[in-house]
Write a new protein. Structure first.
Length: 343
């Protein structure tokens, strides 16, 4: 076979393989766009971050609205959900401000973005993300937004992972791009180490205080931070993904219950005494829980038989009762409306 003919055959093979790959991708996408029989009812519609009391979340139900920000009445969490045109990997909202972390499957790092949206879901600003979206929070006033991404690794259970956590002031758009630049105070002294990582910010109502997880020397710590002073102070160990209660007296968090394993139990800690108790939920919760009110927590768990999906569950914050399904095929919940601060 002559060289030109070989080149022609090679070119034809490459084109054929490319067409086959494209067809498989389109077929998979079409399969994902089909509504799942027996799944949650989803309809396109308008969604605002203010107004009536509603529960917003990222829709994980199969169909054309998978990945869209959706909402249901807070009092009817399993009702038909209304899906917006905004797609997010992670989302949170408070006081009419939302943060939407976007990441297309297989996207390069520079394609990952944090969108700050107003109450009508209009994008006010966008910021490039240094890695894969992990956690997102908005302060109760709507002034500050925070997000965490995986720079390396893909889960908090991995042997090696690195995170990057940022805090944004939406009034002047000042960005603290990396909390690792804040001064760390541990046992009354300044602490420095090359392995410091932060994740899971949660805000207080004073527009300065926040809590987060600090990881260093194979230990995780609850830290209390000040945005204005650019400092964090360690409070307790074995605390991950904290969430401050609306009355600001307690922290909900996931606690590692087996060393070296990706097994966490959701706990609540009293900030005045640092005493803790587990929730009635005994399954491993790898999420930053949301306070629906002062007595109730919501969190995501993997959908049984569907590893690429999660359901939202709820449990009493005092450790009593039993877990119950809040809404299926959903993640990243946020309570909308005037009755909830959403910290």
């Amino acid at each position: 076979m002559t060289l030109p003919r070989r080149l022609l055959v090679l070119t034809a093979a490459v084109v054929l393989l490319g067409a086959l790959a494209a067809a498989l991708v389109l077929r998979a996408a079409a399969r994902d766009d089909r509504p799942q029989q027996g799944g949650p009812a989803v309809a396109a519609g308008g969604l605002t971050l203010g107004g009536p009391d509603r529960l917003a979340f990222v829709n994980a139900a199969q169909g054309p609205h998978r990945g869209a920000l959706a909402s249901v009445p807070a009092g009817a969490p399993q009702a038909e959900r209304t899906a917006s045109e905004l797609s997010c990997r992670r989302f949170h909202s408070a006081a009419g401000t939302g943060v939407c972390l976007r990441s297309a499957p297989g996207a390069l790092a520079q394609d990952n973005q944090a969108l700050i949206v107003d109450a009508e879901l209009r994008t006010l600003r966008s910021f490039p993300l240094a890695g894969t979206p992990s956690r997102a929070r908005v302060s109760p006033s709507g002034r500050f937004a925070a997000w965490t991404v995986f720079v390396s690794g893909e889960s908090y259970g991995a042997a090696f992972f690195s995170t990057r956590t940022a805090i944004l002031d939406t009034r002047d758009w000042r960005l603290e791009a990396n909390l690792e630049e804040f001064t760390v105070l541990m046992d009354g002294r300044e602490y420095r180490a090359a392995d410091v990582n932060f994740w899971g910010v949660t805000f207080a109502k004073d527009d300065d205080t926040f809590y987060a997880t600090l990881s260093t020397a194979n230990q995780t710590h609850l830290v209390k931070g000040s945005i204005s002073r650019r400092t964090v102070t360690t409070l307790a160990q074995n605390v991950e993904c904290p969430s401050l209660s609306p009355d600001e007296t307690r922290i909900a968090y996931k606690k590692r219950v087996r060393a070296g394993a990706s097994l966490w139990r959701e706990h609540v800690m009293d900030l005045a005494t640092l005493r803790e108790h587990p929730l009635a939920e005994k399954r491993s919760v790898d999420d930053q829980a949301l306070w629906l009110d002062d007595k109730t927590l919501a969190y995501a768990l993997p959908t049984e038989g569907a590893p690429d999906s999660t359901d939202l569950w709820t449990a009493p914050a005092d450790g009593s009762g039993a877990p119950r399904l809040l809404t299926p095929s959903a993640s990243s919940p946020a309570r909308l409306g005037p009755s909830m601060s959403g910290s």
